[in-house]
Design a protein around this ligand. Structure first.
Ligand SMILES: *Cc1c(COP(=O)(O)O)cnc(C)c1O
Length: 376
């Protein structure tokens, strides 16, 4: 018996409450980003969940990062230290601001920025460290926080892949000055498109909220306080977010179960490096990211193709900043700047990681992956 499967790399978990809350917002005519009860509700519940006093929703993870930089007054020629291995959405907003991203190479096991490499990159122009909790595993924050204190730097957390991840008992998004989340369709929870910044700083929260809504004036609305942006999430999206938020722990538990299943079954293969969970971390395993090694090192395209032929969709890992043609051509970076990231970039990919995957489907993925790895 050969059942034709079609296992996608990621599908959101949507249900009846999503449509109920969205219809409620629609029926009340509360569809914009200025009115409606779901915006403050979703902002406060998500902020509280992330150990923060304030949550300010945005239109995407990218605009959340941009809003964080604007709020911290990061501008022309400021230098920001960033993990090189990430979605380039971590880098683009730095460039929008005329600031200069400085890529930091990664740890070979967590694939997160290596804190030991930060200090040598600090100059009088350095203003902030932007950490990325990649694939759901928190960055080792204590050394990052110590360096930020020593050199008086801001910490911005890119938590787009790590909602609910925990570092030494504290949620990501609360470990620096501002946390940035994405609610794109494939993230831990989704609003279709959307984002949020989180902070415990009252002044920063106030400034961010004003900037994201065109910086209208207090007494005279149309005497603007600043150059504003329209980064407002709509109440319709927040209604979706509220429904998703009710499931966040269920989704994370599913992701963790999927990861445990894969790790148990794939453990010990000479051809694979698997994700880790450090003693300081609760990894939320946004995607189950693996790295080919040994005789499979140069076979990523073939492995992915063979899996696809069996109805298993996979996705390549990120290409680091220092390998991006657009930045190399500008002379901002060079291929050799971050050797550890380069070393894994072209041999990594992720396996199907949807929270709805059944054990039979996971078993099918594992069986086929093992078969492919054996055959090459
Ligand atoms: C998805 C993602 C972003 C961007 O979020 P969008 O909502 O797609 O703009 C930023 N950083 C990381 C690490 C991401 O994975």
């Amino acid at each position: 018996m050969n059942v034709k499967r079609n296992i996608q790399v990621s599908q959101p978990l949507l249900g009846e409450t999503e449509s109920r809350y969205m219809n409620d917002a629609l029926n009340k005519g509360a569809i914009s980003g200025f009115f409606g009860e779901y915006i403050p509700l979703f902002e406060s519940e998500f902020a509280q969940y992330s150990d923060c006093a304030y949550g300010i929703s945005t239109t995407s993870g990218t605009t959340a990062i941009h809003l964080a930089l604007l709020t911290l007054s990061i501008g022309k020629d400021d230098e920001i230290l960033v993990s090189t291995l990430t979605n380039m959405a971590s880098f683009f907003p730095i460039i929008y601001q005329g600031a200069k991203p400085i890529p930091i190479d990664i740890e070979s096991d967590t694939w997160n920025l290596n804190p030991a490499l930060l200090e040598e990159k600090i100059t009088p122009r350095t203003k902030a460290i932007l950490v990325v909790h990649l694939f759901g595993h928190p960055v080792d924050m204590d050394p990052v926080i110590a360096i930020a204190k020593k050199y008086n730097l801001f910490i911005i957390e890119d938590c787009a892949e790590a909602h609910g991840a925990i570092y030494k008992g504290k949620k990501v998004g609360s470990l620096g000055d501002i946390g940035c989340f994405s609610f794109y369709a494939n993230k831990i929870i989704t609003t279709g498109e959307g984002g949020m910044i989180t902070t415990n700083n009252t002044d920063l929260a106030k400034k961010a909220r004003n900037l994201k809504g065109l910086a209208f004036g207090d007494t005279n609305k149309f005497m603007h306080k600043d150059i504003g942006y329209n980064y407002r999430m709509t109440n319709l999206q927040a209604a979706l977010g509220h429904a998703q938020f009710e499931k966040i722990e269920i989704i994370i538990e599913s992701k963790r179960k999927i990861a445990m299943f894969y790790s148990e079954k794939l453990n010990g293969l000479a051809t694979l490096q698997l994700p880790v969970e450090k003693p300081y971390a609760r990894n939320v395993y946004w995607m189950y990211h693996i790295v080919l090694q040994g005789k499979a090192t140069n076979k990523r395209a073939l492995v992915m193709q063979k899996l696809l032929e069996s109805g298993i969709e996979t996705r390549e890992g990120f290409i680091p900043y220092n390998m991006q043609d657009i930045f190399i051509r500008k002379g901002w970076t060079n291929f050799k700047e971050c050797p550890e990231a380069n070393n894994i970039a072209l041999r990594s990919f992720y396996l199907p990681s949807s929270p709805s995957l059944s054990e039979a489907e996971l078993d099918y993925v594992v069986t086929n992956l093992k078969k492919v790895l054996k055959s090459i």
